[in-house]
Design a protein. Structure first.
Length: 83
């Protein structure tokens, strides 16, 4: 007997920060802290991403390193929904 059990994902209300992030990620785009802050007006995106993971959403983090103008290295987290 095969039993198919789908996990139930939490549904967020329209206009909440988590819903804004989820809608953005569902377009297939990746999100970073800068985009979250300036386009979505969400200051604490890492906290919302963490909460969304606890709610069952499979969000992947990719860390990218780049060199700033002052020659110092900086790591940036880029989030996307797992495909």
């Amino acid at each position: 007997m095969n039993v198919n059990i789908e996990r139930q994902l939490k549904v967020y209300k329209e206009g909440t920060q988590k819903r804004e992030i989820l809608d953005y990620l569902k377009t297939g785009k990746s999100l970073n802290r800068g985009i979250a802050q300036y386009e979505l007006l969400i200051c604490e995106a890492p906290a919302r991403i963490s909460e969304m993971r606890k709610d069952g959403y499979d969000i992947v983090t990719k860390r990218v390193e780049y060199v700033k103008k002052n020659k110092k290295k900086k790591q940036v987290a880029i989030w996307s929904l797992k495909k």
